[in-house]
Design a binder for this molecule. Structure first.
Ligand code: TRP
Length: 459
């Protein structure tokens, strides 16, 4: 089976050398593998969350599309498209929104950070926070789930979003798996995606030694501004004040780290040696410039040519959208039927019967030597959680009602690598048994979430 890779690039800003080394170059290397089926797209709906300047969005889309094509993305091998050309994505987003726990979105890092910043500066917690920022993870889930992608190459900051996409997919599969099959679908509606983090790709330091990032204003441009802009930026790399002839420490130098991102082992060793033996920073910058240009100049020539012909880029993207929609349209049609939004038809008895017969999760109270407790049993009778003991039945009853009523998504957490539990303000209310490994624990945690969800529907 082929693995489907999918990743989105938010279209704000102009690509810099850090984007090239950290994302573009490794992604394109991955897409060369024979068995891979890669989807790359311009996340331009996501861009609207961060930026309300139409000219900047438009320019960034063009620059980013031209950059990926110039760096060797082959639209014949890879499915390359714009998010905003696929109307099935926002449609699926709404369907997913309706199964996504609000509490899950409350915990998204980007939203939480914005709230915390407001609180810290004495503002209203939601000041200047749009619903777009809040919904960001659901849009991203739709990007991934509409194509049933398996692996999502992303930076660490995005891992939580992939986990949320898994959660949302799991919840939908649980609620609608049967309906999906009744509507003619095979297996489960959604494949559970996984984050793929490139461990070997180091983050490139910027001019000041911190991670190269637009927000630090320490970047070296990739193509824009030509070789001159590259040279001028390199001249600004911060170095220590050692004079030519004095030995330099390559390992504390961002200049050397940047060189290494472009050179092979032998070349890097020679550069290191030269620094240790007193090569001046001026000469080092000169050599770095030459080395970067060796790789970047031919790509830049291609980039300039593409930028002069936006129509050709537009055509490639529209073709990519057609390819992507060949998959997205029939999937969305089936998903619409699954949730009950297909063409009108006489109600079937069978559908009613299956619903009634579907077994529900249960909470069972009991008493043992330690006191009064309850268990959460899954739809197939599996014991998922066992509560702590209460001194009297009233306490246990109250706790079990609170447990069933809400906050479950927030409170169900891994306790260690083999167990999970339900944690509230008073501590651990209920614990799972121990599982063989983290994967088994997570699978059971998923079943517990699903069981709690059915309890709340019953309530
Ligand atoms: N949020 C991602 C980022 O800022 C971009 C993105 C949008 C994405 N949709 C995606 C990445 C789907 C992977 C999969 O980097």
């Amino acid at each position: 089976m082929t693995t489907r890779f999918l990743t989105g690039i938010t279209t704000t800003g102009t690509p810099h050398l850090g984007n090239y080394v950290g994302a573009i170059r490794p992604a394109l290397a991955d897409s060369q593998h024979a068995n891979s089926d890669a989807f790359y797209f311009l996340a331009d709906y996501h861009a609207l969350i961060k930026c309300d300047d139409p000219a900047r969005i438009a320019r960034s889309r063009l620059e980013i599309a031209a950059t990926w094509l110039a760096c060797g993305l082959d639209p014949a091998r890879v499915t390359f498209y714009r998010q905003s050309d696929i109307p099935e994505i926002p449609e699926l987003q709404w369907i997913l929104t309706c199964v996504t726990a609000k509490g899950l979105l409350n915990r998204a890092h980007a939203y939480k950070a914005a709230v915390e910043q407001n609180v810290a500066s004495g503002e209203d917690p939601d000041a200047a926070i749009t619903a777009g920022l809040y919904m960001y993870p659901v849009l991203m889930s739709a990007d991934i789930l509409i194509f049933n992608a398996n692996k999502i190459p992303v930076g660490r900051d995005q891992v939580q979003h992939i986990e949320m996409a898994r959660d949302v997919a799991q919840r939908f599969n649980h609620l609608y798996g049967q309906a999906w099959r009744t509507a003619g679908g095979e297996g489960e509606p959604f494949t559970l995606p996984e984050a793929a983090i490139e461990e070997s790709v180091a983050t490139l330091p910027g001019l000041d030694g911190r991670k190269m990032s637009k927000s630090y204003n320490n970047t070296i441009p990739l193509f824009e501004g030509g070789s001159r802009a590259t040279r001028e930026a390199i001249a600004k790399i911060v170095t220590d004040s050692r004079a030519p002839g004095e030995p330099k420490d390559p390992d504390s130098s961002s200049l050397f780290a940047i060189f290494r991102a472009f050179a092979g082992d032998a070349e890097s060793a020679a550069f290191r040696d030269a620094l240790v033996h007193g090569m001046g920073w001026g000469e080092a910058k000169q050599r770095l410039c030459v080395r970067i240009e060796q790789e970047v100049a031919p790509l830049r020539a291609h980039y300039d040519q593409l930028m002069a012909h936006p129509d050709a880029i537009e055509a490639a993207l529209l073709e990519g959208a057609t390819k992507a929609r060949t998959i997205a349209m029939p999937r969305l049609a089936l998903l619409r039927r699954t949730v009950g939004l297909g063409a009108l038809a006489a109600p079937t008895r069978k559908a009613k019967a299956t619903r009634k017969a579907a077994r529900r999760a249960r909470i069972v109270s009991f008493r043992d030597a330690a006191g009064f407790r309850f268990r959460l049993l899954g739809t197939d009778g599996e014991e998922l959680l066992l509560s702590r003991a209460f001194a009297d039945p009233r306490g246990a009853g109250q706790a079990s009602r609170a447990f069933a009523a809400g906050g479950a998504d927030k409170a169900l957490v891994a306790l260690d690598s083999t167990r999970f539990g339900f944690v509230d303000a008073d501590g651990t209310l209920a614990e799972s048994a121990g599982f063989a490994d983290t994967a088994a624990r997570d699978a059971a945690l998923g079943r517990a979430r699903a069981a709690l969800a059915t309890l709340r529907e019953d309530a």
